[in-house]
Write a protein that binds this ligand. Structure first.
Ligand code: PEP
Ligand code: MG
Length: 478
């Protein structure tokens, strides 16, 4: 049964026990949470006519045990003495079960067994809730998503609306975590329930659901991959190359600068995972909603218009040099090129190229993101100092239409103003033989994909889960 519908933000389907976000969830599932979650679960079992009678009776027995004040007091006392909830529950159930083991009456001996089984049940539930499941939250930061991902989250439901181009949405798609936003839910009723979500349609069901996927052969089309880890690359199939490797996600994941060896290994693993296909590593794109303490500016009145991307790198040349060094090491393992974010002028490209030359890596191809109106208007000058381009439509659309990319906007003119800029810039790139890809979210939009190719773009780069949909939209093209 569909119990709610929101906006599908990151595709894919997932089922799992719903749990509430809390900063240190694993460590602090309270006795109250475990009990109330268990009660809801057994009440549902007891009323579920599709279950065999014996299962429903067992649910009633468990409910009766949960109502036992003595058992609960023992659990609470153990927790107040510093035992974890998990330890307290198993110990209390075991303690009471032992008292009943020797009882003559078979009913009491059965109760001992039930107590032990309940202990196991509650433990398994606590485990399921802390190991993974469907995270329910009002809102989430990219870092919060990383934490949830690290602890095995299967899907996410958010109360707040979320634009497809927000970094959180992009990260969820990159990590293949299904996400439904803009859902009003009753946390008390949903927590502890088994839910299924479809991150494409935004539908949410009570209970488990099987999803049928319809795959399309997309291999004839110029589809490239957006990724942030070797895992994303290894999991994808049928792509021509990695059109955007977002390097800043490693930094966000670490909550700061990773160790230099960790950074090198991250890039080497990515290059290896691509199995000889080209990988375009985008230099750190920090700032705005991707802050790193000690690197990005702390207080900017409007971070979207603040120090972002290449501007941060040119101020912090130590970080730029370090990153280029790590990428040069990785270039020994496969085909790699480097792309610069938030470019607005040819001077910025020349400054980055100088660092590349200083590191003995002048042979590595250097590309520019076309994601500011300034870069589009300076395409002629940029094409003189740049080997390739990639259209970052997430930021470009935001700056062309003066809207917040994290807001829930539609392009007011179906993209005409942005395409006019594309029509202006592309010929300069083409005259110099520079390839132009598209790596913003519109590349994965079935309504826009063909239009980019018609405008002269060479390839479309997107998360693997979009290949099939875009392949379908491009069917019939040569
Ligand atoms: C873009 O702006 O379109 C882009 C691909 O970069 P990001 O989304 O990482 O800002
Ligand atoms: Mg961008």
């Amino acid at each position: 049964m569909i119990i709610a519908e929101g906006t599908g933000v990151a595709g894919g389907a997932a089922s799992g026990i719903a749990y509430r976000a809390s900063a240190r969830r694993q460590a602090v599932l309270s006795v109250e949470q475990v009990y109330s979650s268990a009660e809801r679960r057994y009440e549902r079992w007891a009323e579920d006519a599709s279950l065999p009678g014996a299962a429903r009776e067992l649910a009633l027995v468990y409910l009766a045990l949960l109502e036992d004040p003595e058992l609960r007091t023992t659990v609470e006392k153990a927790v107040s003495r510093g035992r974890s909830v998990a330890e307290a529950i198993t110990e209390a159930c075991e303690q009471q079960a032992k008292l009943l083991d020797g009882a003559r009456h078979p009913y009491l001996r059965q109760r001992a067994e039930d107590l032990r089984a309940l202990g196991q049940e509650l433990l398994a539930m606590e485990d399921a809730e802390s190991q993974g499941g469907i995270l329910l939250s009002d809102s989430l930061t990219p870092l919060g998503l990383y934490e949830a991902y690290g602890s095995g989250v299967r899907g996410i439901v958010l109360r707040e609306p979320l634009a497809a181009t927000s970094h959180l949405a992009i990260l969820a798609r990159t990590l293949s975590v299904p996400l439904v936003a803009d859902v009003s839910f009753d946390i008390k009723a949903w927590q502890g329930q088994l839910l299924s979500i479809d991150g494409a349609t935004g539908q949410i069901w009570a209970g488990e659901r099987s999803f049928v996927s319809t795959q399309v052969d997309y291999t004839p089309f110029p589809l490239w991959l957006n990724a942030a880890s070797a895992r994303d690359i290894a999991a994808a199939q049928g792509y021509k190359g990695v059109g955007l490797f977002r390097t800043e996600f490693l930094y966000l994941q670490c909550g700061g600068m990773p160790g230099i060896e960790q950074e090198e290994e991250h890039y080497i693993a990515a290059v290896k995972a691509a199995l000889g296909r080209p990988v375009i590593f985008r230099l750190l794109d920090l700032g705005s909603d991707k802050p790193i303490p000690g690197v990005t500016r702390e207080r900017e009145p409007n971070p979207m218009l603040g120090e972002r991307g290449v501007r941060v790198l040119l101020r912090r040349r130590d970080i730029l040099e370090r990153q280029i060094k790590a990428l040069v090491k990785a270039s020994a393992y496969g085909s790699l090129s480097i792309m610069v974010p938030m470019v607005t002028s040819a001077q910025e490209m020349s400054a980055v190229r100088a660092v590349l030359s200083e590191q003995g890596a002048a042979h590595i191809k250097l590309g520019a993101m076309l994601e500011t109106p300034a870069a589009m208007l300076m395409a002629r000058e940029l094409a003189e100092v740049t080997d390739f381009f990639s259209l970052g439509t997430n930021d470009l659309a935001a700056y062309v239409y003066a809207y917040d990319r994290a807001g829930d906007w539609q392009l007011p003119d179906a993209g005409d103003a942005m395409f006019r800029l594309i029509d202006y810039a592309l010929p300069f790139a083409k005259q110099r033989g520079r390839e132009v890809g598209v790596c913003g979210e519109l590349a994965a939009d079935a309504g826009y994909a063909a239009r980019f190719l018609d405008a002269g773009c060479d390839y479309l780069s997107m998360v693997a889960s979009a290949f099939s949909v875009v392949g379908k939209a491009l069917r019939g093209r040569n």
